[in-house]
Design a protein around this ligand. Sequence first.
Ligand code: PEP
Ligand code: MN
Length: 368
Amino acid sequence: MKIDKLSTWPKIDEKKPLVIAGPCSAESEEQMLAIAHQVKENDKVQVFRAGIWKPRTRPNTFEGVGLVGLPWLQKVKQETGLLVTTEVANASHVELALKHDIDILWIGARTTVSPFAVQEIADALKGVDIPVMVKNPINADLALWMGAIERFNTVGLTKLAAIHRGFSSAEKTKYRNLPIWSIPIELKRNLPDLPIICDPSHIAGTRDLIAEVCQKAMDVNMEGLMVETHINPDKALSDAKQQVTPARLIEIINNLSLREEFSLDKNFEDTLDKLRMGIDKIDREVMELLRMRMNVVNEIGQTKKDNNVTPLQIGRMDQVMKERCQLASKMDLDEKYIEDIFHVIHTESVRQQTKIMNDFNLKNKDKK
Ligand code: PEP
Ligand code: MN
């Protein structure tokens, strides 16, 4: 997949992070201009965002101002020189956004989940060279996210970015949408040229978590931040709890600790190389131990089969998990980390033992 760097996007200066700020929703021309002028005071903000058409969970809530908001975005552009972006969810949104010189489009999380909707938007963009940012789907599905990006790439778009806005989760957490950092990291591993932007607002859901999510995004080397910003957040017509004032945005950005992925210091690189050789050796040993463990698992599987006992015994599984977690805290290892690892290890053991039983059953059937 050919993907262009952020620096090739028209008028984008590749300073890190690329900051996109503006209200969840466009509410009035005055609101938009007031926010835009204030965020512009921080030279890190390059793009102004505002939702014109809002995908709301329930009807009879504010669903965006629609078409009348597009000239307000044009005015923001003229008065401040900021680039402007909005969400498009169907072909008619695309047509209207292009007519109003919107610089960058974004695809919302509720749209990314629908291949039909994504394809419709992609088809409407055929032959247009405009940057498109694709939010992750609501559910934690990397393939669905990549699929949407591929649909845009297939119609010829190469100025693409992904936005991590967290995932819906049945678990109650402190976040509105759980950030699962491993998913955008895996996306980056698959598509190294794809810029990744973090949307701390929809992850956090509340303004006091925004700064720490921004920092985390910088720590995993994401290229940009999209932060919902409002002159009067409490009075915002949508997502009031998670919006920050332009002054707070500037403070958050200025307080970020930015680190580089690589260093030019030779001593540092040498030390890192040595430590990494240590890790490589330990990982090999871990894998050799896993191989040995699997040999014992297979022996147990044979014995279970000979005695007609099921591969999975809930009691034993429970005991393994509990004991490993207890040991974890004694060894100063995070319990959840060890629990997750042993969950994977145990699942694979049961799968191997089930295979032993199935192979045996198949052979016996052939004989009969
Ligand atoms: C938004 O950015 O305001 C929005 C609706 O986001 P998401 O699609 O991530 O829910
Ligand atoms: Mn919002």
